[in-house]
Write a protein that binds this ligand. Structure first.
Ligand code: NCD
Length: 361
């Protein structure tokens, strides 16, 4: 059984396939309207959420499935002291797949060990947020076509911003990415991300406090909120909360095709006058999150997406008889004759055993 706990649980090929499916869903939603008929998604949210929970729920409804769950710890049995392990084990009896957000780092991993059904990490403390990364990647792909050779600025709370940690892990798979890590001293990327992800993957990176200095070289600017709820000292939050405010005048030196992203919600780190700039991509990014979550649900429930079903290599027919006398089917009578579409343009079918072409008479 597959879960999504860390973005690296998915290979680059799987990420590509999810993006292809998400784009197909976006263009042909009717083809997917019944794919999850009879299936249930449980959304277990022990922390506040708007986009992640509701886009998961919308995703499941648009696939024809159903949703159950809770949106705050207070309305679940955790308020009575139930463990994450027990909650997961119980929900595994009621649903087919779980999306879980929890303030404790590693809670969704624990759930995945107990639930007996696929578990998706919808954000664990200040640690990871892989499905936000799916939204980020699809938006970058649509805007830039590819991931290689990009200069990516990550700005704001790089310490507690879990979306940043997952995005860096995803980008570490591609070549020649330069990271510009823009934060106050107190909110720098955690050492383990540098040591375990950035350095071993030979990613080029610089750390700076100045957004203005970095602006002109960026292809992507990923703004983040200062994560008030993770601060131990309220005074420290108050001191750092307005560290970066992106406005139109700060974009003067930016590239014309800069792509501005933000996982949202924003507080005041992007002023609303930027929303009308063609480089602002964050609302589209939120929409892309729904399509990627639909693609992910299909994948984890092992339901074939339309792109997989219609791909040339998967199209198999059993109505053609192999004429090749050297084919194994000529001596093993019980074998079903099966032909695979290997070239959709010339409509060529080949025997799955001997690769002989089908005779078109
Ligand atoms: C992010 C999160 O929850 O980590 N929000 C989201 O899921 N889109 C970012 C944030 O809360 O700042």
């Amino acid at each position: 059984m597959k879960h999504l706990i860390d973005i690296r649980d998915l290979s680059v090929e799987e990420l590509n396939s999810l993006m292809d499916t998400a784009i197909d869903i976006k263009n042909n939603p009717h083809k997917y309207a019944d794919k999850c008929r009879g299936k249930k998604l449980a959304t277990l949210f022990f922390e506040p959420s708007t986009r992640t929970r509701l886009s998961f729920e919308a995703a499941m409804y648009e696939l024809g499935g159903n949703v159950l769950g809770f949106s705050e710890a207070a309305s679940s049995s955790s308020a009575k002291g139930e463990s994450v392990s027990d909650t997961a084990r119980i929900i595994g009896c009621y649903a087919d797949i779980i999306a879980m957000r929890h303030p404790k780092e590693g809670a969704p991993l624990v759930a995945s060990m107990k639930a007996g059904i696929p578990v998706i990490n919808a954000g664990d403390g200040g640690h990871n947020h892989p499905t936000q990364t799916l939204a980020d990647l699809l938006t970058i792909k649509i805007k830039k076509g590819d991931f290689d050779n990009l200069t990516v600025g990550l700005c704001g709370d790089l310490k507690y911003g879990r979306t940043v940690h997952s995005l860096i892990a995803a980008l570490s798979r591609y070549s020649n990415i330069k990271l510009v890590l823009i934060s106050p001293e107190e909110l720098k990327v955690p050492w383990y991300v540098i040591k375990d992800v950035i350095v071993p993957n030979n990613m080029t990176y610089v750390e700076t406090k100045s957004l203005e200095d970095a602006m002109s070289e960026l292809d992507i600017l990923y703004m983040t909120r200062i994560q008030r709820e993770r601060f131990e000292e309220k005074e420290e939050y108050e001191r750092l909360k307005d560290s970066y405010v992106l406005n139109l005048s700060k974009l003067k030196n930016a590239k014309d095709d800069l792509c501005i992203l933000h996982p949202l919600p924003r507080v005041n780190e992007i002023s609303v006058d930027v929303d009308l700039d063609k480089r602002a991509c964050y609302f589209e990014q939120a929409l892309n999150g729904k399509y990627m979550r639909m693609a992910l649900i299909l994948k984890l429930l092992d339901i074939k997406s339309q792109t997989e079903e219609t791909s040339v290599s998967e199209k198999i027919v059993d109505s053609i008889v192999c004429q090749n006398p050297r084919c194994i089917t000529s001596i093993e009578q019980e074998l079903p004759h099966r032909f695979k579409l290997t070239d959709a343009v010339s409509n060529t079918y080949r025997c799955i055993y001997c690769e002989a072409k089908a005779k078109n008479d």
